[in-house]
Design a protein. Structure first.
Length: 90
């Protein structure tokens, strides 16, 4: 994967977007390996981290709030301290 990303030379590449479903929010803080991999990728090619939330209608606002809280916990643990800007939720 790192070899692939190091071959990306386009200045347009600026975001790394991950889909996250509502049910997986609770497990986000357990993904230490995932955040370690992101740190390595960022060392090869800096990016903005974006989470694309997949949640339905009325529960979307609640899910977005839970995701923001989960990401806040991940940030507080220092797992995203390599990022220049905080992660975004879409």
């Amino acid at each position: 994967m790192l070899g692939l990303l190091s071959s990306i030379t386009s200045p347009v590449f600026s975001e790394l977007i991950f889909d996250i479903v509502e049910d997986d929010i609770v497990y986000l803080h357990l993904e230490v390996g995932f955040f370690g991999m992101l740190r390595k990728v960022y060392g090869v090619r800096p990016f903005k981290l974006v989470f694309l939330l997949e949640a339905s209608g009325t529960s979307r606002v609640d899910a977005q709030r839970r995701l923001a809280g989960a990401l806040g916990g991940v940030v507080a643990e220092g797992l995203l301290d390599f990022l220049y800007s905080p992660p975004t939720i879409r």
